[in-house]
Design a protein around this ligand. Structure first.
Ligand code: GTP
Ligand code: MG
Length: 252
């Protein structure tokens, strides 16, 4: 079996790019399910930026947990309900002041962590979302399936922009940083990848400060996408409608 390293792997590791002068600690949380060939470079790069490295494993059967432990991560099994439930578990378990979420498939570059945490460290944001529209992506536009995903994602972004009076460019990226206290205060409920838009909408509707930074999305290093629009599109529409129009923020 040939294993590809992600394209970003040879970039220099620069933990000094995180301003540590205010003593804020960083937890990097990696949700993963059967990504063993991709996980090692992600964890090796991510741990250089992390005070705490958490891997939330979706009951992988491919040696994922052994790799995670070898990289010094704390491994937690999720409850089998999906990536959203894994993210929620990560928020409950993490102890850092700033939580950074990085996918395990090699599509997110851990070297973007300093740029993601910078606005939070500087006290200018509560939640920083990586944007593929600002930073580019290797695989948003090439195939019909990718076009459908991009179109759906843009419709969701426009709905959020015009109802919340913001001008975001990407509401579906899993690469983000958020203050731990804010993440806990959102009261997240989604079990699948709809958690990304839930985090964005609740951040805005609760009055927290959300900013985007440019992050490039790489082709997953090995394996195939597990995301099938046909299985989940109705859950995306329902959750968009629910969090925009039905859900009511509690007073902070
Ligand atoms: N713990 C856990 N992680 C998951 C689960 N489902 C997906 N993931 C991880 O979440 C990240 C994003 O997964 P998805 O967006 O579902 O799918 P993908 O296969 O990366 O597809 P693309 O969106 O095309 O990149 C990957 O690192 C997955 O390994 C799950 O049920 N539990
Ligand atoms: Mg992916």
């Amino acid at each position: 079996m040939t294993i590809q390293l992600p394209q970003w792997y040879h970039r220099p590791v620069r933990p000094d790019r995180i301003d540590r002068s205010r003593g804020q600690t960083v937890s990097v949380i990696v949700p993963t399910r059967n990504e063993a060939p991709n996980l090692l470079p992600v964890l090796v790069a991510a741990r250089a930026y992390a005070d705490e490295l958490l891997v939330i494993d979706g009951h992988s059967t491919d040696g994922t947990r052994e790799i995670a432990v070898a990289c010094g991560a704390r491994v937690i099994l999720d409850d089998g309900r999906g990536k959203g439930a894994a993210i929620r578990r990560g928020i409950a378990e993490a102890r850092g002041d700033i939580l950074v979420f990085v996918d395990a498939d090699g599509s997110h570059d851990p070297h973007d962590i300093p740029a993601l945490v910078a606005p939070i460290v500087a006290g200018e944001a509560d939640h920083v979302s990586g944007s593929r529209m600002l930073g580019g992506s290797d695989e948003l536009h090439a195939t019909l399936h990718q076009f459908v995903r991009l179109f759906g994602s843009q419709v969701i972004t426009l709905s959020i922009n015009y109802t919340q009076n913001v001008r975001l460019t990407d509401c579906q990226n899993g690469l983000r940083a958020i203050r731990r206290e804010v993440a806990a205060a959102l009261g997240l409920a989604e079990n699948i990848t709809t958690i990304e838009q839930e985090m964005i909408i609740k951040t805005l509707r609760l009055g927290y400060r959300l900013v985007e930074v440019a992050t490039h999305e790489y082709r997953r290093a090995n394996g195939e996408s597990n995301f099938r629009v046909i299985d989940v599109w109705h859950r995306y529409l329902w959750s968009l409608f629910y969090y925009l129009f039905v859900w009511r923020p509690r007073a902070k």
